[in-house]
Design a binder for this molecule. Structure first.
Ligand SMILES: Cc1cc2nc3c(=O)[nH]c(=O)nc-3n(C[C@H](O)[C@H](O)[C@H](O)COP(=O)(O)OP(=O)(O)OC[C@H]3O[C@@H](n4cnc5c(N)ncnc54)[C@H](O)[C@@H]3O)c2cc1C
Length: 337
C-alpha cells in the first residue's frame, strides 16, 4: 500500500486536452482505507477534485488551488457466477479499455461495444459512457463509493444511480459528494451481440461467425479512423451532447431540412450534434489554437499549445452558429474545472 503525495504537480499527463495545468496538491491512493485516511485529514474547506484519466475534463485555469485525487485501486474480482452471467467487481482506477479487453478475452459479453473509450472504470459509472448503442448502465450492477463528508461507505444499486444519456445521480443531485472506489458489472456468458447501431453488422460476411473479439477489433478500427488520438492531437472526445428537442421543433426542422438525421429519445427526438455543426460550415475550421476536427465535428482539438480560452472561444462560436441556424442550444459534455 502506498499513498503518493505531490506538491505543485503538473496535470499534463492527466488531461487528454493537453492543458498545462498544475495542481497545488496531487494525491494518489491505492485502497479504500487510504482514501478514508486522506479525507479525514482534510480541512472542511479544502477544495477536492477526484479525477480519472482526465479524458472528459477541461482545466480552465493554469493552477488548481486544491487537491486533485486519483485512484490507483486496481483488480478484478468475481463476486457472483451463475449459469448465464458473471458479476465482476473492478477497482475504479483500472483503465476502462483494459477491463473491456479482459472480459472480451474471457468470452463475457456486454462491454465489447464500449471498446477503446478512454478513461477509467470509476468514471464509467459517473458518466454512463456510451457508444454503438450500448451504455455502461446496461452492464453496471453496483457502484461502491465513499461519502466525501463523513467517509462512510455506500453501495448504489444500478436503479439508485438515475442513469440517463451521459448522466447519473453523481452528476446531478449528488454531484461531488461520493467518490467511486469500485464498480461491479454483470456480463453474459452467452453473449447477445448488439450490431444494429452504425451498421456494425455490415462489416461481417453473411455466414461469418461473429465473435466478441471480432466486434471489439472492428469497433477499435472505426474509432481509430474517426477519432483523433489524444496523444497526437489533444481532445476530450465529443465536446457537445447530442441535443434532445421537442417534437414540434423537430417537425419544423424536418420541413426545412428533409434529410435531418434523428433517433427516438425520451420525451423528444435526439439529433446528432455532429450533423448540426457540419451544416453550419464549422467542420474542420480553426479559431486561435483550436479546431473543429475535420473527420468528426463533434470533437474540438488542441492544434498545439492551446489554452482553455482557445477551446472555450471555439466552443462558443460553434454553439452560437448552431443556435442561429437551428434554434437549438448545444450543451458541452466536457466538464469545465
Ligand atoms: C478520444 C476520446 C473519445 C471518447 N469517446 C467517448 C465515447 O465514445 N463515449 C463516451 O461516453 N465518452 C467518450 N469520451 C469521453 C471520456 O472517455 C469519458 O467521459 C470517460 O468516462 C472519462 O473517464 P476519465 O477516467 O478520464 O474521467 P475524467 O475525465 O477524469 O472525469 C470525468 C468526471 O468523472 C469524475 N470522476 C472520475 N473518476 C471518479 C471517481 N473514481 N469517483 C468520483 N468521480 C470520478 C470526475 O470528477 C469528472 O467529473 C471520449 C474521450 C476521448 C478523449
Amino acid at each position: 500500500m502506498y499513498m503518493r503525495i505531490e506538491q505543485d504537480f503538473s496535470l499534463l499527463q492527466y488531461n487528454t486536452f493537453g492543458m498545462k495545468a498544475v495542481a497545488r496538491c496531487f494525491v494518489e491512493y491505492s485502497s479504500v482505507a487510504e482514501l478514508q485516511q486522506f479525507l479525514r485529514s482534510c480541512s472542511s474547506d479544502e477544495q477536492i477534485l477526484q479525477i480519472g484519466g482526465g479524458s472528459n475534463l477541461l482545466f480552465t485555469h493554469p493552477l488548481f488551488e486544491g487537491t486533485v485525487l486519483h485512484s490507483a485501486i486496481q483488480g478484478i474480482e468475481v463476486v457472483e457466477e451463475e449459469e448465464e452471467s458473471i458479476c465482476l467487481k473492478v477497482g475504479a482506477g483500472m483503465i476502462w479499455d483494459e477491463f473491456v479487453a479482459y472480459v472480451v478475452a474471457h468470452g463475457w459479453g456486454g462491454a465489447e461495444n464500449l471498446s477503446l473509450i478512454p478513461g477509467e472504470v470509476g468514471a464509467s459509472a459517473i458518466q454512463n459512457i456510451g457508444a454503438y448503442g450500448v451504455e455502461a448502465k446496461d452492464i453496471i450492477s453496483k457502484v461502491y463509493t465513499i461519502n466525501r463528508n463523513d467517509y462512510s461507505e455506500r453501495i448504489f444499486n444500478n436503479e439508485d444511480c438515475n442513469y440517463g444519456y451521459r448522466s447519473s445521480i453523481f452528476k446531478n443531485s449528488l454531484k461531488n459528494q461520493y467518490i467511486v472506489t469500485h464498480v461491479s458489472y454483470e456480463l453474459r456468458k452467452h453473449p447477445i451481440l448488439n450490431l444494429s447501431y452504425g451498421n456494425i453488422s455490415a462489416a461481417f460476411g453473411a455466414n461469418e461467425e461473429i465473435t466478441l473479439q471480432k466486434v471489439r477489433d472492428h469497433i477499435i478500427r472505426i474509432r481509430q479512423e474517426k477519432l483523433p488520438d489524444p496523444k497526437v492531437l489533444g481532445n476530450a472526445g465529443s465536446y457537445f451532447m447530442n441535443p434532445i428537442v421537442p417534437y414540434e421543433l423537430f417537425d419544423a426542422l424536418k420541413n426545412d431540412y428533409p434529410t435531418i438525421p434523428s433517433y427516438p429519445a425520451e420525451a423528444g427526438v435526439k439529433i446528432p450534434a455532429a450533423w448540426l455543426i457540419q451544416q453550419t460550415g464549422w467542420k474542420g475550421r480553426e479559431l486561435g489554437r483550436a479546431a473543429v476536427y475535420e473527420k468528426q465535428p463533434l470533437v474540438l482539438v488542441n492544434t498545439g499549445d492551446a489554452e482553455a480560452i482557445d477551446i472555450i472561444q471555439l466552443a462558443n462560436a460553434v454553439i452560437f452558429a448552431v443556435e442561429k441556424q437551428f434554434a437549438i442550444r448545444l450543451k458541452p459534455e466536457v466538464i469545465y474545472v
